[in-house]
Design a protein around this ligand. Structure first.
Ligand code: ASP
Ligand code: MG
Length: 423
C-alpha cells in the first residue's frame, strides 16, 4: 500500500535540462533528495519547444524543415552521447531516441493541410518525449509515458483535464512504479480518450507536476528554476528584485494570473486544495532556501511587477453609435472565445469597448471577419501590459515614468496599464 506523504514531486524546466552539464547537475540534485519516493517531471530541453514550433510551422506551410530538424536531432544526440556514452559509442544505438526521431519524421511527412492545432500537439510533444528519455537514461530511472494517464478533452494546445479519469489512471499505475524507484515523466503532455496527444498550454509542465502531486497526495512539489525562488519581478526585465521567502497560494495564483512567468497559473489550485506545499528553488544553488508557497497570511507584501509583452488593444464601436449594451458585449465575448483570444484587461465607455489580448495575426483576422459588419474596430499592436500588484505611489511612479499609456486601470490591490512596447 502507498504510504501517504512519502512522495516528493520534482519538476525540472527547460533551462535545468538545457545541456549535458545541466542534466548532470539535475542528477546531483536527485541524488541529494530527501529519502522517500520521487516522481520527476521534465520539460523539453532548453528552447526545444520553440524549435519544434518552428519545424512544425514550416512543415505545415510546406517549407523545407530539414536543416532545423537536423539541428534538433544533432543537439539531442549530442547531449545523449556526452552523458551516456562518453567513450564514443554512437547515438544510433540509443534505440528509444532513434524510435522517437523516426516517429517525429513520419508525423512531419504525413501532415495534412488545415487542422493546425491538433497536428501541432502531435509534433510539438516530442520535446518532452525526447528530454525524458535522455534524463531517465542518465538517472537510470523508470520512464513513464504520461499520455495514457493524463486525460484531457480535445481542446488542442490547451487540453482541459478530466480529473476523475486522470486520478483513477495515475493511482492505478504510478504507486507500484514508485515503489521500485524514481520515475521520470513528461510535463506539458496529455492524451485524449482516443489516444491522441494533447498539450496543456505553453509552460504547462508545472501544472503536470501539480496533477501528479494532487492525485498521489504528495508530501511536496519542488519546481527547480534558474532563479532563487519566487521573486517580485522577472530579473531579466526588472532591476532590484526581491525574493518572497514564503507566500500564500492565493497571492501566487493572482500573480500567475496577471502573467508572472514564475509558475503556470493552473498549478496552484490542485495543490492548495490538498494543502501540498510548493517549493520554488534554484537548481544553481540547490541548498539555498528558495520560496515556500503554502497556506499563510501576509500583513503586507512588497509590490510585484509583471509585464506581458506582445499585446494588442482592440476597440469596438457600435456602428449605429448606440451605447455598448449587454447584447453587443455578448456578441464580442462570444467571438473572442471562438477565436480563442483571452482578455487580459477590458474597459468600456459609452460607445466603445476595449480589450487587451495577446497579439496573434491569425486570431485577430478571424475576429475582425466575424465582427466587422456590426462594429467599427480599431486596434494597436506591439503593446505591453504592466501589472503592479500591491502597488504604492512610488511603484506606480517608477513604472509609468516616461511611458506612453494607452489605458490604465486600478483596483484596491492592483494597478495595470497598457503602453507601447520598448522597441
Ligand atoms: N516545454 C513546454 C514549453 O516550453 C512546456 C514547459 O516548459 O513547461 O512551453
Ligand atoms: Mg519549456
Amino acid at each position: 500500500m502507498q504510504e501517504p506523504h512519502q512522495l516528493n514531486v520534482y519538476k525540472f524546466g527547460g533551462a535545468s535540462v538545457k545541456d549535458a552539464a545541466a542534466i548532470r547537475n539535475l542528477r546531483h540534485i536527485v541524488q541529494q533528495a530527501v529519502p522517500g519516493q520521487l516522481l520527476i517531471v521534465v520539460s523539453a530541453m532548453g528552447k526545444t519547444t520553440n524549435a519544434l514550433e518552428e519545424i512544425y510551422h514550416r512543415a505545415h506551410s510546406r517549407l523545407d524543415y530539414a536543416p532545423q530538424l537536423k539541428a534538433l536531432r544533432d543537439f539531442h544526440e549530442g547531449v545523449a552521447q556526452e552523458l551516456l556514452n562518453p567513450a564514443g559509442a554512437h547515438p544510433a544505438h540509443n534505440e528509444p531516441l532513434q524510435a522517437l526521431f523516426a516517429e517525429l519524421e513520419n508525423q512531419l511527412a504525413a501532415l495534412e493541410p488545415g487542422d493546425y492545432d491538433r497536428q501541432y500537439d502531435q509534433v510539438v510533444s516530442f520535446g518532452e518525449l525526447l528530454a525524458t528519455r535522455i534524463v531517465s537514461q542518465a538517472l537510470a530511472a523508470q520512464w513513464l509515458d504520461c499520455r495514457p494517464l493524463v486525460r484531457t478533452d480535445h481542446l488542442w494546445r490547451e487540453g482541459r483535464l478530466d480529473w476523475a479519469t486522470t486520478e483513477r489512471n495515475i493511482r492505478s499505475v504510478v504507486p507500484q512504479l514508485l515503489q521500485q524507484g524514481p520515475v521520470v515523466t513528461q510535463g506539458f503532455l496529455g492524451g485524449t480518450s482516443s489516444g491522441q496527444t494533447t498539450t496543456l498550454g505553453r509552460e504547462g509542465s508545472d501544472f503536470t507536476a501539480a496533477i501528479f502531486a494532487h492525485c498521489l497526495q504528495a508530501r511536496a512539489v519542488t519546481i527547480w528554476k534558474d532563479v532563487a525562488g519566487l521573486l517580485n519581478a522577472d530579473p531579466k526585465i526588472f532591476e532590484d528584485t526581491v525574493r518572497y521567502p514564503e507566500i500564500s497560494y492565493q497571492e501566487t495564483i493572482e500573480m500567475a494570473y496577471y502573467g508572472a512567468s514564475v509558475i503556470h497559473p493552473k498549478t496552484i489550485k490542485p495543490l492548495a486544495v490538498k494543502r501540498i506545499p510548493l517549493l520554488v528553488k534554484s537548481f544553481l544553488d540547490p541548498t539555498a532556501e528558495g520560496t515556500i508557497i503554502h497556506d499563510c497570511r501576509h500583513d503586507s507584501l512588497p509590490p510585484a511587477f509583471i509585464r506581458k509583452a506582445g499585446q494588442c488593444l482592440v476597440s469596438f464601436e457600435s456602428k449605429d453609435l448606440t451605447f455598448i449594451s449587454e447584447e453587443n458585449l455578448e456578441v464580442i465575448f462570444g467571438a473572442l472565445a471562438q477565436v480563442r483570444l483571452k482578455i487580459h484587461l477590458m474597459q468600456n465607455s459609452a460607445i466603445s469597448f476595449s480589450v487587451c489580448t495577446d497579439y496573434s495575426a491569425y486570431r485577430l483576422d478571424r475576429l475582425l471577419e466575424m465582427l466587422y459588419e456590426q462594429f467599427t474596430i480599431h486596434y494597436n499592436t506591439g503593446l505591453e501590459l504592466y501589472t503592479i500588484k500591491n502597488y504604492d505611489a512610488a511603484s506606480i511612479q517608477r513604472l509609468t515614468q516616461g511611458r506612453d499609456l494607452l489605458l490604465e486601470q486600478r483596483t484596491r490591490q492592483t494597478f495595470q496599464f497598457v503602453c507601447r512596447g520598448a522597441s
